[in-house]
Design a protein around this ligand. Sequence first.
Ligand code: ADP
Length: 152
Amino acid sequence: MQRIALFPGSFDPFTIGHVDILHRSLNLFDKIVVGVGNNSNKQTMFTIDQRMKWIKDSLKDLSTVEVQSYDKLTVDFAKKIGAQFILRGLRTSTDFQFEKAIAQMNTLMDAKIETIFILSSPEYAPVSSTIVRDIIKNGGDVSRFVASGVKL
Ligand code: ADP
């Protein structure tokens, strides 16, 4: 059976931290689907089309990675695409507390889907889409922090 992982997130925008988690996970799975959340309740700086294009452009050389958008529940989307794993990155203990609750709730909803956590590389731990958006809003240069396909 193919080992398929869903890497879900808002990716608003896609950063070098996201790329790092993805690259380090390539050998663990036969296929990774980057699931870009398209939740109408969540206000994003960049549209779903923009976020997806930047991710696709950044990952175009990776043959085992696909990019898809989804709404509604992450476990339901994982089931739909045949993923047995949900992949998440951890930077801090705050991430851990938050991610633990979500992963455990997902397990209660579907015990067959396992969440796999990859620790952030130390050099990428401070990089977050939230801070990148703040820098953009204030006219700063974020080119060092975003993935190669992100063109601002
Ligand atoms: P969400 O909106 O679901 O929080 P994000 O787009 O912010 O999604 O992040 C997607 C995933 O990538 C999350 O698991 C997050 O913890 C992880 N992540 C974000 N930035 C980094 C980073 N610098 N290093 C490692 N993991 C990260």
